[in-house]
Design a protein around this ligand. Structure first.
Ligand SMILES: Cc1ncc(COP(=O)(O)O)c(C=O)c1O
Length: 383
């Protein structure tokens, strides 16, 4: 498929990534990849479509998805989630919001490691919880145990951990995760661990599920993940949560039946296909993403050294620091206006994102080059 026809294909999709901005803008914002998903998934979906198999779906009611996740997680990360404690949700955000609602009360403090994935802020604010911020250091984005301890306020009741971390691409290591576990135990905190980026870890780092740290960590943790990020299935809505924290498990079980709705049959089937047959495709895709990451880093270092970036250890996101550039004030808006390239705006990830913008590099190499060219032209306009 030629590059131009693929851009035509992308622009014709109903997904938001290529539709949100005008046709002259190259989008590099929302976390969707530009590659068609795994053939094992399209085959499974095609079989359902051809058979008009849209009735209430058995996969949503049996334990096949929890079992498939348990096997995937054990194989890839050495942690086997308990199928009995796993609940299938519509989306990861639904699972996180649910854990927050049943696991904390109005007025409770909820700690975020900022900058961080924007929807967490609204969830905390709209549910009457209080934001407690731990600002990651802007060089290495590491978690420090003492700083974490001092960030916790008397009313803090929960932590939302995003690991691997969106937007910085950090993979928190064993020491950092143990620090979170230690402080959580000291202060009796619920840990909601969003591990949706678990599969995008590049050589040199390793994803450690928070719940794998031990029985104590697991018993205060809700682990949330999905196949949707890894396999480009964001629109199909299917996620899982391991409710290790008994109070959250009981709270979820006590919710009015049907409040959370069922799981989409296509999403459930796609998730099952991903976790049972998707690994070869994912391995190949990770290779493409790694090449893109290295190419982006090399071009930035040689052509735009004033743009700061720490090498992402995971994800397909680059958290770009424009504070030393000509476009330090509101870089994403200026790149859109003057370069017709659509990055995510840094301050959406919290006040710690001022002067930053997030670039999604899960695209074709030529498109990535165009994105970098356009950023370069805005930072260094021709005289
Ligand atoms: C950290 C993080 N959590 C959750 C989501 C959304 O997941 P879902 O579509 O399953 O709600 C995203 C999407 O980009 C994400 O980056």
């Amino acid at each position: 498929m030629s590059q131009s026809s693929d851009i035509e294909r992308l622009r014709a999709l109903s997904g938001i990534k290529w539709r949100y901005f005008g046709d002259d803008v190259i989008p590099a914002w929302v976390a969707d990849m530009d590659f068609p998903t795994a053939p094992a998934i399209t085959d499974a979906l095609r079989t359902m479509v051809d058979a008009s198999d849209f009735g209430y779906n058995g996969v949503s009611f049996d334990d096949s998805i929890p079992k498939a996740w348990a096997e995937w997680s054990e194989r890839c990360f050495g942690w086997r989630p308990d199928v009995e404690r796993t609940k299938v949700f519509s989306t990861s955000l639904q699972a996180i919001a649910t854990a927050l609602m049943v696991g904390t009360s109005a007025g409770d403090g909820v700690l975020l490691f900022t900058p961080v994935y924007p929807p967490f802020f609204g969830m905390i604010e709209k549910s009457g919880r209080t934001l407690v911020e731990y600002r990651l250091d802007q060089a290495e984005w590491r978690i420090d145990e003492d700083l974490l301890r001092s960030a916790i306020e008397p009313g803090t009741r929960a932590v939302i951990l995003c690991n691997p971390h969106n937007p910085t691409g950090r993979v928190f290591d064993l020491d950092e995760l143990r620090a979170v576990a230690t402080v959580a135990e000291e202060r009796d905190l619920l840990v909601i661990s969003d591990e949706i980026w678990q599969d995008f870890v590049y050589p040199g780092a390793r994803h450690i599920p928070f719940a794998s740290l031990g029985a104590e960590a697991m018993s205060r943790c809700v682990t949330v993940t999905a196949a949707s990020k890894s396999f480009s299935l964001g629109g199909l809505s299917c996620a899982v949560a391991h409710l290790g924290d008994a109070r959250v498990a009981e709270g979820v079980a006590a919710l009015p039946p049907h409040l959370l709705g069922g799981v989409n049959a296509l999403g459930a089937r796609a998730t099952l296909a991903a976790w049972t047959h998707g690994e070869p495709w994912l391995t190949e895709t990770l290779g493409v993403l790694r090449t893109n990451r290295d190419h982006l880093m090399a071009r930035l270092a040689s052509e735009l050294p004033e743009v700061g970036i720490a090498m992402p250890q995971a994800t397909y996101l680059a958290w770009l620091d424009f504070r030393e550039t000509e476009i330090a004030a509101n870089p994403a808006a200026r790149l859109l206006k003057h370069g017709r390239v659509g990055l995510s705006s840094g301050p959406d990830f919290g006040a710690a994102g001022e002067g930053f913008a997030r670039l999604n590099f899960a695209t074709h190499p030529d498109v990535l080059d165009q994105i970098i060219d356009r950023i370069g032209l805005v930072c260094h306009p021709p005289v």
